[in-house]
Write a protein that binds this ligand. Structure first.
Ligand code: GAL
Ligand code: MG
Length: 992
């Protein structure tokens, strides 16, 4: 064969492959446990990397391919060759990695030639032999014993070849040429690190001549769910005799059947749902082969715009998950997948969108076994079409979807995902793909999905792009899906009676860096609207490439731009709920508590009555919930107890009464800690924390400490005002409008001058507002003091000061009128009246920054802790007394940014164990205590580059603006912005 460029021909998608089928691993009839009919070809293969496809066939013919191992390297299969030191990594989000010239790809197309040998004996050859590749990126040509055997593409789908006729007794060879790019690259423009190679399992299957080629297990339930019918529709190779058995979840035989369409009736079936993932076991036997298939019985319906699962209005508490690991890239083992799934279970997640392609075929089996609702997405994204003219033109967005050369490929991709995964109980919705616009191709594919599997819902977010005059027919879709819709948009959706479909946010609360800050706000809407099915956080994990450690043992995680690639999208791949190594972000803790299974409300503080609502969809609280409660006054426990038996049906409420008196004074709170009542053998032990509620009964009225009058002197000069007391000397800067030195008992309290502080190291969620902040000069303010006076009044030193903050060439953005009182004990009492220029954006924060001696590294505070807490991101924290070091308070984002603030604090003391600096305020303050300045956090791209400040940096704020999720989501909600025109900051600063 003259070498034909199948990889640039969208009409030729697969050559020599068998039609797609559902995933199963057949066994020999006598096999117990593992199948003896599978021969894994995972392991070490010979490998040669070529920078260009042109170098593989110097004469343009496949006859030149070198099939001997001489001079070849070795590589592990499965793996991504970029992780084995070949080629280089690249991270691009929307923009294609190659020129947009479909279906052509560059000739300088990197390739990997893989080769290995395997043995077949006489008995093996009596069977048919199928060669399976579960995932190869982006496409591959195959040779068996040096004879061309086929071609395939669609990176995340299985390619199965019948290679029986090409095999010989004894040694055989398999050679695979993998190309980095092909016409399929235009359909795989998902936002991810771009990797290549044979990245999933490869194996041979021996099968008898007569066998079941494919089967579709269909379940039907009667109206009251008391009877189920399980029908197995088979498609056969030859004419095998079939007998079948169905076993109940606990092992009893339900029934036997035979023939090409076995049918079983189940009385009082145990239904599958994500909380109780009961599965039946179907055994399909032919004389020479056995196939085992787990079967879940369930019913998915939409009635009047509301999703019902087994008759119950369930809610999806979801995440988007990519196959991604900093060491193994796309290659994910069952252990790695289970670690993700267990972590999700531990954090109350019940749904997964396999963004944006099918995972390994066994992944959905794990989801069915452990209990997750899945949006199973096809390997289809052509987002890069949208960037051709620099905009996000509605028209160009769909230029791949509307291009008829891709009709066949789009249908193929969607079919492959549905056909392979159809027998998994976990599949709630089929998703046609992501961000590809819409066109007739999707209409045809959608109609096919609906006809092939009417039992599942269909999903596709991008269906609203009516491009190039095409009138979209989206009748195949069963839900309305959006990403990052603002809360106002959602309210409007539900207010409009024309909207009859249930609504899902397939992506929301973009979890990039410090965030998300709006999880609770969306959860309130999810709880409010019956038609709001729930949402899927973008996304589960940070994508990065592990780069070893620095000499001082810090992990190096690399992201876009760290590989010298073009184009790249920087750290936009670092947007997960877990760090690359799966350490939870505070955002995951936040989400966990937002989606806690139970919520409480205080009904009556006198009788300690609380209303509990059970948000589980199928499980009575009696089966999962233990509550340990504490009544706290000013952070001290006044009463506590454990409630082990509360029976509240799913979606119902009940009242519990605490056996303890609720104090009527001070900061009074009730903490209800929810934990697992039973051992859950797989996911977590008995006692595992499920979430908590803290009910605030009352906040204490804060009385100001009386000031101590005494002998004080005030000494002004041209630049400063010095205030001397019995054992201290504070110097106030008449140019900065704040204290420049503080010495008490001959020791420096502050190591550098204090500063007014409006800046924060921008978070990823600040990336858009940051430009406006910088334009306003918030990052480079200078102070101008207009008037400053110092005197003693009634035994207390008083400094008044009027100043403004403004950056070079810009007018002042903030004016402050301050009054500081300093008493004989060295306490400073401040009252600052601030006025903003309202034509400027909201402030990141407003407060003071102090530099303290390095040993002052512990903060004791009464406020929201122990995790970083902001006005819109504090669901994982609660109001209490905490003592934490600067190291504990630091949240180590791979891309450094504002972190570790604590909101709602009545007081904070920073101490080295002996001395202490305490800030109190009649209103709550926020603070950070850190080894890093905000300048350092702003300047560095990676955490391993950070250098500690020689001082401890202590910031306390009148207010810190919220976090939001604007890195991809809506603007920070107005009430979370420090946006008032005037405000007053009062605080006391005491030095011990
Ligand atoms: C969405 C997209 C995701 C991801 C996210 C931003 O538009 O579907 O794949 O790119 O934005 O992180
Ligand atoms: Mg995209």
């Amino acid at each position: 064969m003259e070498f034909a460029k199948m990889h640039e021909n969208p009409d030729v998608l697969h050559v020599g492959t068998c039609p797609t089928r559902s995933y199963y691993l057949p066994k020999a009839p006598a096999d117990e446990g593992e199948s003896s009919r599978i021969c894994s070809l995972n392991g070490t293969w010979s490998f040669r990397y070529f920078d260009s496809f042109l170098d593989v066939f110097p004469d343009g013919s496949e006859g030149d391919i070198c099939f001997d191992e001489e001079d070849m390297d070795e590589i592990e299969v499965p793996s991504c060759w970029q992780n084995a030191g070949y080629d280089r990594h690249m991270y691009t989000n929307v923009r294609y990695p190659i020129p947009f010239d479909p279906p052509y790809v560059p000739d300088e197309n990197p390739c990997g030639l893989y080769l290995r040998r395997f043995y077949m004996n006489e008995d093996d050859l009596k069977f048919k032999t199928y060669l399976n590749f579960e995932g190869v990126d982006s496409c591959f040509y195959l040779w068996i014993n040096e004879q061309f055997a086929g071609y395939s593409q669609v990176s995340h789908s299985t390619s199965e070849f019948d290679i029986s006729d090409l095999l010989v007794e004894g040694e055989n060879s398999v050679a695979v040429l993998v190309l980095k790019w092909c016409d399929g690259t235009y359909l795989e423009d998902q936002d991810k690190l771009r990797m290549s190679g044979i990245f999933r399992d490869v194996y041979l299957i021996s099968r008898p001549e007569n066998h079941i080629r494919d089967y579709f297990v269909k379940t039907a339930l009667n109206a009251d769910f008391t009877k189920a019918t399980v029908t197995v529709e088979t498609e056969l190779c030859g004419a095998p005799e079939i007998t079948a058995e169905l076993y109940a979840p606990h092992g009893e035989l339900v029934g036997s059947a035979s023939g090409a369409k076995p049918v079983f009736e189940i009385e009082n079936p145990l239904l599958w749902n994500a909380e109780d993932p009961y599965q039946y076991k179907l055994v399909l036997r032919t004389p020479e082969e056995t196939i085992e298939q787990m079967v879940g019985v369930s019913k998915i319906e939409i009635r009047a715009g509301v999703l019902y699962f087994n008759g119950v209005k369930i809610k999806l508490r979801g995440v988007n998950r990519h196959d991604s690991d900093p060491v193994t890239g796309y290659t994910i083992s069952r252990e790695q997948a289970k670690r993700d799934l267990f972590l999700m279970k531990q954090h109350n997640v019940n749904a997964i969108r396999t963004s944006h392609y099918p995972n390994a075929p066994w992944f959905l089996q794990l989801c069915s076994e452990y209990g997750f609702y899945v949006i199973a997405e096809a390997d289809m994204e052509s987002h890069g079409a949208a960037t051709q003219t620099g905009g996000y033109g509605m028209d160009e967005y769909a230029d791949v979807a509307l291009n008829p050369i891709f009709d066949k490929a789009i249908l193929d991709r969607i079919q492959r995902s549905v056909i392979r995964d159809k027998n998994n109980a976990c599949v709630l919705m089929w998703s046609y793909g992501n961000e590809s616009g819409w066109g007739p191709s999707f209409e045809k594919a959608g109609a096919w999905v609906r006809a092939y599997d009417p039992s599942r819902l269909t999903h596709y977010e991008n269906s609203y792009y009516n491009a190039r005059g095409h009138q979209n027919d989206i009748s195949s879709l069963s839900v309305c899906s959006r990403m990052y819709a603002a809360p106002e948009w959602i309210d409007e959706y539900f207010a409009d009676p024309k909207n009859t479909l249930p609504f899902v946010q397939c992506e929301y609360i973009h979890a990039m860096g410090n965030g998300p800050g709006d999880a609770e706000q969306y959860q309130q809407q999810i709880m409010k609207y019956d038609g709001f099915m729930g949402g899927f956080v973008w996304e589960w994990c940070d994508h990065a490439v592990y780069g070893g450690t620095t000499p001082d043992n810090r992990d190096i995680f690399r992201y876009g731009g760290d590989f010298g690639e073009f184009p790249h999208d920087g750290n936009f791949c670092m947007d997960g709920l877990v760090y690359p190594d799966r350490t939870p972000h505070t955002g995951l803790l936040e989400y966990k508590n937002v989606i806690r299974p139970v919520r409480a409300e205080l009904l009556d503080a006198k009788t300690a009555q609380i209303r509990l609502t059970n948000y589980r969809d199928f499980t009575n609280t009696d089966d999962f919930l233990m509550i340990s409660w504490e009544i706290q006054q000013d952070g001290d426990t006044m009463a506590c107890g454990v409630i082990e038996d509360v029976a509240i049906a799913p979606h119902e409420s009940g009242v519990i009464t605490l056996n303890g008196e609720i104090p009527t004074q001070g900061d009074v709170t009730i903490l209800l800690n929810y934990s697992a009542k039973k051992d859950d053998s797989v996911f977590f032990p008995k006692g595992h924390a499920l979430g908590f509620d803290q009910l605030i009964v009352s906040r204490a009225a804060r009385a100001e400490e009386p000031l101590t009058p005494g002998a004080l002197t005030v000494m002004p000069d041209s630049r400063t005002i010095a205030v001397c007391g019995p054992d201290f000397r504070y110097v106030f800067s008449k140019t900065e409008g704040v204290f420049q030195s503080m010495v008490k008992r001959n020791e420096a309290v502050i190591t550098r001058p204090m500063t007014w502080n409006v800046w924060r190291a921008p978070t990823d969620n600040d990336q858009f507002i940051r430009e406006k902040w910088e334009q306003a000069g918030y990052n480079t303010p200078m102070t101008k003091v207009y008037a400053c006076d110092g005197y003693v009044e009634n035994g207390v030193a008083v400094i008044t000061c009027r100043l403004s903050l403004a950056a070079v060439y810009r007018r002042p953005f903030l004016t402050l009128d301050c009054r500081f009182e300093i008493d004989a004990a060295g306490r400073i009492r401040a009252k600052v009246d601030a006025k903003r220029d309202m034509e400027r954006p909201f402030l990141p924060r407003f407060g003071l920054r102090m530099f303290l001696p390095k040993a002052f590294d512990t903060a004791e505070y009464f406020g929201y802790g122990p995790y970083e807490a902001y006005c819109d991101k504090h669901q994982a924290s609660y109001l209490g007394h905490f003592a934490q070091t600067a190291d504990d308070l630091f949240e180590d984002y791979v891309k450094p940014q504002e972190n570790g603030s604590h909101f709602g604090c009545a007081s904070v003391t920073v101490t080295d164990g002996a001395g202490a600096v305490t800030v109190t305020s009649p209103e709550d303050v926020s603070f950070n205590l850190s080894h890093y300045t905000q300048e350092e956090l702003t300047a560095k791209k990676h955490n391993y580059e950070l250098t500690e400040s020689p001082d401890v940096v202590f910031c306390f704020d009148y207010k810190m603006s919220g976090i939001g999720s604007n890195s991809c989501g809506p603007e920070l909600a107005k009430p979370m912005q420090l946006n008032a025109e005037t405000f007053t900051f009062r605080f006391d600063l005491a030095v011990e």
